[in-house]
Design a protein around this ligand. Structure first.
Ligand SMILES: NC(=O)c1ccc[n+]([C@@H]2O[C@H](COP(=O)([O-])OP(=O)(O)OC[C@H]3O[C@@H](n4cnc5c(N)ncnc54)[C@H](O)[C@@H]3O)[C@@H](O)[C@H]2O)c1
Length: 100
């Protein structure tokens, strides 16, 4: 079975990928590497992109139409990074509001 794992270069995602390989399944990793580790993707099918990158998600499903499940592990678990991202998003929203 082929399984897409978002956050596949992170702690939980890469561990799930190892378990899938042990069970003779095929993990397909999607990770922006914002905090993930490239070495966790070694010898694995890997796409470096943000989960919000729709074009890349389409490419992945077009390259792997046999993906049967998705496991979502992409996350910003460090509060500082999460807050920093939130502040950037808030600023962007204000800019968009301004333009509108
Ligand atoms: N680590 C634990 O003990 C634990 C326990 C229970 C639940 N969880 C949950 O599991 C999830 C993953 O945790 P983790 O410990 O593996 O964290 P992690 O930081 O090791 O992995 C998260 C991965 O997501 C990637 N990522 C973040 N934002 C992304 C985006 N927008 N697009 C693509 N990739 C993105 C990061 O680069 C990273 O590789 C979290 O939701 C966490 O709350 C973790």
């Amino acid at each position: 079975m082929k399984v897409l794992i978002s956050g596949g270069a992170g702690y939980i995602g890469s561990t799930i990928a190892s378990a899938l390989l042990d069970g003779e399944h095929t993990p397909v990793l999607l990770d922006s590497l914002v905090t993930g580790r490239k070495e966790f993707t070694k010898d694995r099918i890997f796409y470096e992109a943000d989960i919000a990158d729709r074009a890349m998600v389409r490419t992945i499903f077009s390259d792997h139409p046999d993906i049967e499940a998705t496991i979502h592990c992409a996350a910003l678990i460090v509060v500082g990074i999460g807050c920093q991202t939130l502040r950037v998003l808030q600023r962007k929203c204000r800019q968009i509001d301004g333009v509108l």
